[in-house]
Design a protein around this ligand. Structure first.
Ligand code: 93A
Length: 532
């Protein structure tokens, strides 16, 4: 049996002395690189320098320290299978590896960092050892964070060895550590790619900051944008690797000038909303909110006419999405009637581009067949907050008629139920607090993004009145429960006859009583659709 070592090579030397002491007490021999070795020695810990162990000096200013078969063979050798070959070459087992990497992040965070500083702080030997040990976690424990030293020592002391589950967990952490490290290097260097092929990256690392080619290795840049949400913000559009579903990211632009940052965001909102409907539908979005939505069995021209009628003022300069191929008549109706930024549809029929092309700058996008509504794969939603990232599943929650709970004396009619489900689907895509008034599968008033629900309801009523649409007999959808009865009283005064909402308020009783007083039929979905 060859000898067993723990190899310690750390840039962040927090608690390494105590850890080494503990390892020595459990019987490990310690191997260590220059700086770490010196610190251990200064603290009276017996260790062997890696260069003495391999017979090779650290060279090239430390670029080559641990890249040696006696190190990697000692880590990677399969215990049992490879014992013979290890013995033949005098390779000792390395059963514990504690490595953390050159401080690339801290280096590039310095305001006066140069390209050569950054390059020298790209650790090569460290990640190689981390990955070797993580790969061979069946036999080796890899520790990449001082936070794990004590747990490892405790386990070694109580059981004499690390359990498989501990080694596995440590290996996952190790791969996370190296993946994050490489991602960081790629992003930082990628942001400094020379714009011109002939120019080498300058040593003035702060000179040309651009958006990197990839982002977190999961997103690839599709295009640099002229600017962000506002002209003083720079921006780029990244597409998620492996993304196949019809989306704004996978769509093809057939006509019109380059999409802007806001165009992409609004096209996404419109397309995602129109995906909710199985029958021919049109969604018009303005400033990330649907300002008109309609479904029509007569086809998308009628759906567009109805959606436009909800709020012609807001539809000006909007983004229009369809869930059916765009035909010539619909294209003509749009460009003759209104200024439109983007039209997106699964495909277009012959002759459409001649019609849309006559109007300057109308962007036409085709996204391919839309996924069937209940077969969408949930992806992650990200929201950046200062200093962090919020991650959640996409809101793909759906309800159908069978999920609805009637809570009032009066139950909705079949016709009203269709409108309720329609209004509910729209409300999901309206920023909270969201109130949607609808009749005959047409929105007749949308109240979006207010800080109080009752104000959203007031706005929906004002919009309906403004567009000359009759609220009497319409339904109302609310993305979250009504905290007070005033929302119901207001709706009743406007002429609403039916309400869909999640329910679950402390005052549900009071809200239901208000609905009953007004002869309103109300259903609870049991599901909320906040959208911020
Ligand atoms: O320059 S390296 O990429 N080449 C190596 O062979 C190597 N081996 C260990 N960096 C290398 N290391 C790194 O040195 C470790 O990842 C650790 O961050 C650091 C510890 O060096 P020292 O013990 O001299 O302070």
């Amino acid at each position: 049996m060859t000898k067993s070592y723990a190899l310690l090579s750390v840039s962040d030397k927090t608690d390494i002395v105590e850890f080494a002491k503990g390892l020595v007490e459990t019987g490990f021999g310690i191997l260590s690189t220059g700086g770490t070795f010196k610190l251990l020695k200064d603290n009276g810990i017996e260790a062997i320098e890696v260069s003495a162990h391999t017979g090779f000096p650290e060279m090239m200013d430390g670029r080559v320290k641990t890249l040696h078969p006696k190190i990697h063979g000692g880590i990677l050798g399969r215990r049992g299978t490879d014992d013979g070959i290890m013995q033949e070459h005098g390779i000792d087992r390395i059963d514990i590896v504690a490595v953390n990497l050159y401080p690339f992040a801290a280096t590039v965070a310095k305001p006066d960092v140069t390209m050569s500083d950054a390059i020298e702080n790209i650790d090569i030997g460290g990640p190689a050892m981390v990955r070797s040990a993580a790969k061979n976690h069946a036999h080796v424990g890899i520790i990449t964070s001082p936070n794990d030293y004590q747990t490892v020592l405790d386990e070694l002391n109580s059981h004499g060895a690390l359990s498989h589950s501990t080694r596995f967990d440590l290996a996952v952490k190790a791969f996370e550590h190296t993946a994050a490290y490489d991602g960081m290097i790629a992003s930082w260097l990628g942001a400094r790619l020379p714009k011109d092929d002939s120019a080498a990256p300058s040593d003035d690392a702060t000179a040309t900051t651009i958006f990197p080619r990839t982002f977190n290795s999961q997103f690839t840049k599709a295009q640099d944008l002229r600017y962000g949400e506002n002209p003083h913000q720079s921006a780029a559009f990244y597409v998620e690797s492996g993304s196949k579903e019809a989306s704004v990211a996978t769509a093809r632009q057939l006509q019109g000038k380059e999409l802007s940052y806001n165009n992409i965001a609004d096209t996404d909102a419109a397309l995602e909303c129109v995906k909710s409907f199985a029958k021919p539908a049109c969604v018009i979005v303005k400033h990330a909110n649907p300002c008109g939505v309609a479904v029509s069995l007569d086809g998308i021209l009628e759906a567009y006419n109805l959606a436009y009628a909800t709020d012609p003022e807001s539809a000006f300069g909007g983004i229009i999405a369809f869930n059916r191929p765009l035909d010539v008549d619909t294209a003509r109706a749009i460009v003759e009637r209104q200024f439109v930024e983007v039209i997106i549809a699964p495909s277009i029929e012959d002759g459409v581009l001649e019609v849309t092309g006559a109007k300057k700058n109308v962007r036409v996008l085709v996204c391919g067949e839309l996924p069937s509504i209940d077969k969408r794969a949930a992806q992650f939603d990200f929201k950046r907050v200062n200093g962090g990232l919020l991650v959640q599943d996409q809101d793909l929650g759906m309800v159908d008629k069978a999920d609805l709970k009637v809570v009032t004396d009066r139950a909705p009619s079949d016709e009203e139920l269709d409108d309720l489900i329609f209004a509910w689907k729209v409300a999901k895509y309206v920023k909270s607090n969201a109130i949607v008034y609808a009749k005959n599968r047409q929105t007749i008033g949308v109240g979006a993004g207010q800080m109080s629900r009752v104000n959203s309801a007031r706005i929906a009523a004002i919009k309906a009145e403004h567009a000359g649409l009759i609220v009497e007999g319409a339904v109302m959808a609310s993305d979250a429960f009504f905290p007070f009865r005033d929302g119901i009283d207001n709706a009743a005064a406007a002429g609403i006859k039916c309400i869909i909402q999640p329910g679950g308020s402390m005052r549900d009783e009071e809200v239901i009583a208000a609905a009953n007083e007004h002869g309103i039929a109300m259903v609870f979905t049991g599901m909320r659709h906040f959208r911020h």
